[in-house]
Design a protein around this ligand. Structure first.
Ligand SMILES: Nc1ncnc2c1ncn2[C@@H]1O[C@H](COP(=O)(O)OP(=O)(O)OP(=O)(O)O)[C@@H](O)[C@H]1O
Ligand SMILES: [Mg+2]
Length: 169
């Protein structure tokens, strides 16, 4: 079947997922001007944690990034304040997010990376970017939607650094 044009990136290998994450970090609008939220969706094994790890590395996190599946949230100090890596996969109830006290972290200087956000969307602050990964026969497809003004700025800067590859599905 002929490939149909689509907006998004074709990430042929894990290194491309890392490159997209690096570009997401360098295009992020200044977190001191407001919290920055990136939602990461995609089936099990789609590459959400790989992408988050690359974003965190790009934000200056030097330690090895663990999947926060069990802890639900891992926090990392960054130059602007804090990065939160949240994984909602194991949430039984969106209200559990409230119990983590994360609402207080919806503040300037904080960058949020949220895996499986759809499981807790009612309890989470509004994202700036919502990135969706899809598993292909070879590699992954990623698409990204801006959900706020800061998100639109973020995406515009990202596309300059890491332009879409079209005609791949
Ligand atoms: N573009 C890519 N092409 C091929 N493999 C990739 C790509 N990006 C990431 N991977 C690989 O996919 C595997 C799963 O990645 P990862 O753990 O990040 O997925 P995940 O979406 O976080 O899964 P989960 O939902 O279980 O948390 C890893 O081995 C990673 O190296
Ligand atoms: Mg994961």
């Amino acid at each position: 079947m002929a490939a149909r044009p689509c907006d998004g990136w074709w990430l042929a290998a894990a290194a491309d997922t890392t490159a997209l994450g690096t570009a997401l970090a360098s295009s992020c609008p200044d977190p001191l001007d407001g919290p920055r939220l990136l939602f990461l969706s995609g089936q099990l094994g789609a590459g959400k944690t790989s992408l988050a790890a690359a974003v965190l590395a790009g934000l200056g996190v030097r330690e090895v990034v663990r999947s926060p599946s069990y802890a639900l949230v891992e926090t990392y100090p960054i130059a602007w304040g804090l990065a939160l890596h949240v994984d909602c996969y194991r949430l039984m109830d969106a209200a559990e997010i409230e119990q983590l006290g994360l609402r207080d972290q919806h503040a300037p200087g904080v960058v949020w990376l949220v895996e499986w956000p759809e499981r807790a969307v009612v309890a989470l602050p509004r994202p700036d970017l919502w990135l969706r990964l899809r598993v292909l026969e070879t590699g992954r497809h990623a698409e990204c939607e801006a959900k706020s003004e800061a998100g639109a700025q973020w995406l515009a800067r990202l596309l300059k650094l890491y332009p879409y590859v079209v005609n791949k599905t």
